[in-house]
Design a protein around this ligand. Sequence first.
Ligand SMILES: Nc1ncnc2c1ncn2[C@@H]1O[C@H](COP(=O)(O)OP(=O)(O)OP(=O)(O)O)[C@@H](O)[C@H]1O
Ligand SMILES: [Mg+2]
Length: 366
Amino acid sequence: MAFSIPSFGKLFAAPAQSAVGIDIGTSSIKVVQLRRDKGRVVLETYGAIALGPYAGMEVGRATALPAEKVAEALKDVMREANVTTADCALSIPYASSLVSVITLPASLEKQLAQVMPLEARKYIPVPISEVLLDWFVISGGGKSASPNDKMEVLLVAIHNDTIAKFRSIASTAGLNVAFFEIEVFSTARAALDHGIAPVAVVDMGAATTKFYVVERGVIHESHIISRGSQDATLAAARALNTTVADAEQKKRKLGFQGDATIQGAVALSQSLQLTLSSLFSELGRTITAYETSHNQPLGAVVLTGGGATIKGMKEFAQKSIATEVRIADPFAKTQAPAFLEEILKEAGPEFCVAVGLALRRLQENG
Ligand SMILES: Nc1ncnc2c1ncn2[C@@H]1O[C@H](COP(=O)(O)OP(=O)(O)OP(=O)(O)O)[C@@H](O)[C@H]1O
Ligand SMILES: [Mg+2]
């Protein structure tokens, strides 16, 4: 798949042998270090750390921490995971970015540096001086454009404050940032194959669920549902009459299993079904609406994010969604010891963004 997505703040072009992808989510930080070895990509280490405890909250909860606290957690997880390189790539939350596809006369291709800041004003609600802009011609570019030819340009804008915050986190943690990338592009690289049909990606985070339709590396549609995996935990805590921390633990351990011999497992499963069924019905409707309006079926629905790792998730989701549901398996794109295979498959959805970042960092020096 050709991912020619704009990059931000590229600092150096020296080849990276090892690189670490860093995904700073609202509920946890994920790191994945990969190494290039004779054309193969080898998994060196990976790890995650919950941000809740740094904010006086439970594991699994969404937080809004200042940069210093995030940097502290980042240093902790890098130490625990034994990350050995300072060469990193960082994700930018989708919610902090603006991505649009703009149609322009193809003859303007050479003048995009002048044209795009002007065009961007139509799409960006803040002054252009406050954002970092980048763009990439998706289709219709090329030298032999006649006056009526059109091209599609992907425009990406990120607020300067967001970049500054992430830069400060990285420098406090002693890292060199090779580039920033909006999380959805990292996910697509790590979780999708070379299929032709458009695919829906559902990133199940702590406080929100992000929905994107991706076709050949281009995002066609996206939206954020303001319900996430932490809502399932909070509801389970009420249903089981237990603490949030205990409900979170049970959710991770038992999931949808509903094993009658384990205390609370049936009630937990029922509670999860109750909270998540409305989310999946909504997703099912969104998918049908997309397919109808575009007159094209989606190839698959790929579930990613920590929330997708709940045991039994695939079967449960499939009940509400007619399209084939898959669980993202980003580590399949890396070489790892065979004994880790099962563990990596289970943990995979949580690490999609981090894997995608590290993959690109190794590829771009290839
Ligand atoms: N092993 C697991 N089993 C079940 N649920 C899990 C597991 N690990 C994490 N989760 C759930 O996943 C959620 C966090 O997912 P993720 O780490 O993808 O979110 P995030 O990246 O921090 O959030 P966002 O992308 O919205 O900023 C938490 O609510 C947590 O309960
Ligand atoms: Mg996330």
